[in-house]
Design a protein around this ligand. Structure first.
Ligand code: AMP
Length: 304
């Protein structure tokens, strides 16, 4: 039994009001897999990198006991490269560069040892690749979570709608929920999106927390008010990795467990933003994670 994370493993160059980085390790699968590895001990990545990525960077995953046999290395090509610059409010950012490189013709290969997966996160990649990876598993995992972004809604909406029919949980942000549903109210947007395939929907609202919809219920989780947000890159992927990692270790999937999974995802995302890139996610302890989860619990508990 295992948890597969599909997504980009990449180089990012980031600029925030606090500083600037050269090429550092990034990518949706990198954030999600590192995060999930704190909660579940059998995490496997499906991705592709170029010869420039190097074994030293790949060892960041092996050190966390993440299986990287599903990461193809195309020695003659370059890794996906993304560069972004944050505005002073840290909520909005401009994409400066997207070089698809190895992602342009990415054809996911599923190693035989991945075929027993019970959980899969179809992380941010083209919907065609997400669908191909899912269809290449001989047995459908018991939980399929999909993360996507406005970029794919703009250029591949029909493919996205096809993959939505095959998943259980969709995680997107508020703007994307509005774009996907054509509804401004997030409650109406959720009603529309839940008719498109997924049984559950998580709408991420950045510093305003997240909403979980499904089973005719609604759960609202806050985001931890942080004194300093250093770099928000990957917070969404970290949330998704924490969410599915929690459910994989819990072995039970229902609304109550999903509520806890949302809190774990939010707690881990609050660590992600404390340092540039994946740095903070490389050296966490379980005690730190539990500590932050209890902060969440205190933040919202009250007596009437
Ligand atoms: P987030 O901040 O959660 O939106 O995720 C940022 C990460 O997504 C960065 O590390 C990028 O490398 C990666 N990324 C950005 N655009 C894409 C894309 N079009 N496809 C796959 N990964 C992407």
């Amino acid at each position: 039994m295992s948890l597969i994370i599909l997504g980009s493993v990449a180089f990012d160059a980031l600029e925030t009001p606090f500083g600037k980085t050269d090429k550092i390790v990034g990518g949706a699968a990198s954030y999600a897999a590192l995060t999930a590895s704190y909660l579940y001990n059998n995490v496997k990545i499906i991705s592709v990198v170029g010869g420039d990525f190097g074994s030293e960077n790949l060892s960041k995953f092996s050190q966390r006991h993440i299986d990287i046999s599903g990461i193809q290395v195309k020695n003659e090509e370059k890794s996906f490269f993304w560069s972004g610059k944050y505005h002073n409010d840290m909520n909005s950012r401009d994409t400066l560069i997207t070089e698809l490189n190895v992602l342009e013709n990415f054809d996911p290969i599923i190693p035989a040892s991945y075929q027993d997966a019970e959980y899969i996160l179809l992380g941010n990649l083209s919907p065609q690749v997400q669908l191909a990876a899912l269809e290449r598993l001989h047995k459908r995992p018991k939980l399929v979570v999909l993360d996507t972004m406005n970029f794919w809604m703009d250029i591949a909406m029909e493919d996205l709608k096809k993959v939505l029919k095959k998943i259980d949980v969709l995680t997107i942000n508020d703007e994307e929920a509005r774009q996907l549903s054509g509804q401004y109210s997030l409650v109406k947007a959720a009603e529309t999106i839940l008719k498109m395939g997924p049984s559950h929907l998580i709408i991420k609202k950045g510093e305003h927390g997240a909403l979980l919809f499904g089973e005719n219920q609604l759960f609202a989780a806050p985001a931890l008010p942080l004194a300093d947000v250093f770099d928000p890159t990957g917070a969404g992927d970290t949330f998704a990795g924490g969410f599915i990692g929690y459910l994989a270790q819990a072995k039970t999937i229902n609304f109550e467990y999903m509520k806890s999974a949302v809190i774990y995802g939010s707690a881990l995302a609050s660590y992600c933003v404390e340092k540039f890139g994946t740095e903070r996610l490389e050296n966490l302890t379980l005690a730190e994670i539990k500590n932050r989860v209890s902060l969440f619990s205190n933040l919202t508990s009250f007596n009437i």
